[in-house]
Design a protein around this ligand. Structure first.
Ligand code: DQQ
Length: 658
């Protein structure tokens, strides 16, 4: 790739004694589907409405006691051998609307929208346990989208949407941190604050472009004094400062305003620019037309003036507003990552949109034609917004960057909370970023990306325990003696009994992670996997597992799931069951990796073909009370498994002092 000089500058790791299976099978036979969270909450909501209607305080307290003891039925549809004895306070949480006038999106915390749920009496010690040890998070307050990630003069830079004033969304500015290795971070002063008419209501999401001559271009969305979304240009005040502490906003901002026909509140989140064969830089910006998600395209030579390209880069009906669009090339040979401007026959292009309507990040693989300014999905049946997700748990507003230092493409994402806003405020912080992941094309399947935690995370590995060829009989739980299990890196492989596999037929072809009863529901060939963040009695547990469905035709379909329904005794946390199918090729073992870091569990199946990130808020499986177990709740097969489990160090993220 040749860049011309024509663009203008601007000044402006076994303990044998403890690895025998338990003599009990705490995960029971039989189950009925868990149902969706709304239907699970409905009885609570109805009764609470009656209670509030008659306003009898004694009845309210009695009702809440009843609700507490029923919580496992309500949430998971089946009971465990060790039921949850929930202690709830006589308070209920009502969704709080802080309103647009406070600069707060009504969509920033939707979990309990329209529902009243009993609030759990979170202690300060429980809340303090939730803070992570090696995931990026600010010292306090609210964070959301990753912004402008890049590698510059020996440092990884990470900017993020940040509320300096509270642990809820609002008053958004750009936080900034730097790292040598993407794991150990140093917090820097705010990079950009809301101090201009064109961003006074919020310095929203943006992306960085590194120009061949060493300049750094930052394009971001400003929410103006009149609530219009515009695009602005900023750049480092001093390119010789590797920490890029000071930023200048271009005097001619805004550089782009919503074009005719586009709603002034639906024009945001410019991408990193890529260089076209026509000698121009090209960006795309998410929007919508009615219910169709679209991506507008602009060309520029100087990042100050722009030409709108005809049509759109891509559009998908019924997907709603596309936030934080990302567009980048991947090598068909699955090798190194590629600079955003690379194109050619060995390249496929990934298109990603964050769907404001369901708060998930969807991607698709396809072909880009620079002449027509169009991207076409390989398979329209799994187009953007209706097919693959980067992650089937909590994962939103993600953004990649090309790391020229290690020749890889790295993916960052906002991991929001799934507890109550009241708990967030009491704790004083909200949201995390994922462990950055390398992203590459899966040349074995040819149909998906592979995501894997950056190799630098392995520098935090401390003591290791290995477990080899453990047999986990059908219907059993096996404790893994690793001690306190709150900071772990787990690698596991599983083999199913071949005879059982052969003799089973027509099992669970209609299975789905979310609607088939979760980890407690037994099938012929699953579920089996790990119970993380689990207390000794197994009353709190977060299963991460495989489930194999076998069609009458002999075809196998493998699911990878994470079940939050028994993750906490508290009711005021999200208890969804996440997951999807995962491609498993002939001859492959089932493999998984799990990073456990206090309230976050990041799980990767088959080398990262399917990923699930969960936020969990146990009340007993914390500190020294957290344990790790294997489980096999299948009825027809035993499982043989080998594991390597490392205790993880803290990354000691700290402030920078001049
Ligand atoms: N968050 C930003 C917007 C973006 C949204 C505002 C996605 O720019 O569309 O904080 O989470």
């Amino acid at each position: 790739m040749v860049f011309p000089s024509s663009y203008r500058t601007f000044s402006d790791q076994e303990d044998p004694a403890t690895t025998v299976p338990c003599s009990y099978a705490p995960l029971p036979d039989g189950a009925r589907p868990a149902g969706d969270p709304a239907s699970r909450r409905r009885p609570t909501k109805g009764l609470l409405m009656i209670v509030s209607g008659v306003l009898v305080v004694g009845f309210l307290v009695a009702f809440l006691g009843e609700k507490g003891s029923n919580s496992s039925n309500a949430e998971g549809a089946v009971s465990l051998a060790a039921p949850m004895n929930s202690t709830v306070s006589p308070h209920t949480l009502e969704p709080v609307s802080r309103g647009v006038s406070a600069g707060v999106s009504e969509k920033s915390n939707r979990m309990f929208a329209g529902a009243k749920v009993p609030s759990f009496p979170w202690s300060n010690s429980m809340l303090s346990w939730q803070r992570t040890a090696f995931h990026f998070q600010p010292e306090k307050n609210w964070m959301n989208d990753p912004n402008g990630p890049m590698f510059y003069k020996g440092w990884y830079h990470f900017f993020y949407q940040y509320n300096p004033n509270a642990a809820v969304w609002g008053d958004i500015v750009w936080g900034h941190a730097v790292s040598r290795d993407l794991i150990h971070w140093m917090h820097l002063p705010l990079a950009m604050v809301a101090d201009q008419w064109y961003d006074v209501s919020g310095v929203w999401t943006g992306s960085a472009t590194l120009l061949p001559d060493g300049q750094v271009v930052m394009l971001y969305t400003g929410f103006t004094n009149e609530s219009v979304q515009v695009q602005n240009l900023a750049y480092p005040a001093n390119l010789s400062d590797p920490l890029l502490v000071d930023w200048v906003k271009y005097s001619g901002n805004p550089v782009l305003v919503p074009p005719p026909g586009i709603n002034t509140m639906d024009f945001r989140d410019p991408t990193t620019a890529w260089y076209t064969p026509d000698g121009k830089w090209r960006i795309t910006i998410g929007s919508k037309l009615n219910k169709t998600g679209i991506s507008l395209v602009y060309d520029t030579e100087d990042f100050k003036s722009y030409e709108r390209m005809d049509g759109v880069l891509h559009a998908v009906q019924g997907t709603g507003m596309w936030e934080c669009v990302d567009f980048y090339p991947v090598s068909k040979n699955g090798g190194n990552g590629l600079d955003t401007s690379v194109d050619g026959p060995g390249v496929k292009h990934v298109f990603k949109a964050s769907l404001d309507d369901d708060r998930s990040d969807y991607y698709a693989l396809g072909t880009y034609d620079h002449k027509t300014t169009k991207w076409t999905p390989d398979d329209p049946k799994i187009d953007v917004g209706i097919g693959l997700k980067y992650d089937y748990g909590k994962f939103y507003a993600s953004k990649t960057f090309y790391d020229q230092n290690k020749k890889r493409r790295v993916l960052w994402s906002w991991i929001s909370e799934s507890d109550s806003e009241a708990a967030d405020m009491k704790r004083g912080w909200a949201s995390l970023q994922n462990i950055p992941r390398t992203v590459s094309f899966d040349k074995k399947t040819g149909s998906n990306l592979l995501q894997w935690p950056v190799e630098e995370i392995e520098s935090l590995r401390m003591t290791r325990k290995d477990f080899s060829n453990l047999e986990v009989p059908a219907g059993s739980v096996v404790p893994l003696n690793v001690g306190e299990a709150t900071q772990l890196d787990i690698i596991a492989e599983f083999e199913i009994d071949k005879e059982a596999l052969d003799r089973t037929s027509g099992a669970d072809v209609e299975y789905s992670c979310g609607a088939s009863g979760g980890a407690a529901a037994r099938g012929a060939l699953g579920p089996f996997g790990l119970l993380v963040l689990t207390d000794d009695s197994l009353s709190e547990q977060t299963p991460v597992y495989f489930y194999i469905a076998k069609g009458a035709d002999g075809n196998l379909k493998t699911f990878f799931c994470s079940d939050q329904s028994r993750s906490s005794e508290a009711s005021d946390v999200d208890k969804l069951i996440y997951g999807s199918t995962v491609p498993v090729l002939n001859g492959e073992k089932l493999t998984l990796r799990i990073l456990v870091d206090h309230s976050i569990v990041e799980s990767f199946a088959q080398g990262g073909r399917t990923c699930i990130t969960s936020r969990v808020y146990p009340t007993k499986a914390i500190f020294g009370g957290s344990r790790l177990f294997l489980f096999n709740n299948a009825t027809e097969t035993s499982i043989t498994t080998s594991l390597q489990i490392w205790k993880m160090n803290s990354a000691f993220i700290h402030p920078f002092h001049h």
